[in-house]
Design a protein around this ligand. Structure first.
Ligand code: CO
Length: 128
């Protein structure tokens, strides 16, 4: 198993970038946005930190922030073949949020596993 990145929900994206770059020496590698959120990716050794700021309160991350506050949102596992990873997870009885892969902000195919299937941790497969 290889951790691809850790997703962290934040209220202030610029403050979070500042924290990770100045306090921990992480490097900002890229930014991306979609209708739901603004994201920043920072290199952290072999993995990355994905900072997520919701654009609306009714987005998935917006609801998470309202309910839980800022903090760890998900972990992402690198998989070589996401179709296979989804099929294997379903065969093992895990509930997928995404039954089909979709494009993630990294520009690679992703799919989320329901946290109730993974010990309460929202888990993302990233094809990488
Ligand atoms: Co992610």
């Amino acid at each position: 198993m290889k951790i691809h990145h850790v997703g962290v929900a934040v209220e202030d994206l610029e403050a979070a970038i500042e924290l990770y770059t100045t306090k921990f020496g992480a490097e900002l590698t890229h930014r991306a946005s979609n209708d739901e959120l603004d994201a920043a990716f920072l290199s952290a050794g072999d993995a990355e930190v994905e900072l997520l700021r919701p654009r609306h309160e009714d987005s998935a991350v917006g609801k998470f922030l309202a309910r839980r506050g800022p903090g760890l949102h998900h972990i992402a596992i690198a998989v070589p073949d996401i179709d296979r990873a989804i099929a294997d997870a379903r065969a093992e009885g895990l509930e997928m949020i995404d039954e089909e892969p979709r494009m993630g902000l990294h520009g690679t195919r992703i799919a989320f596993v329901h946290p109730k299937s993974v010990g309460g941790v929202l888990t993302e497969f990233v094809e990488a």
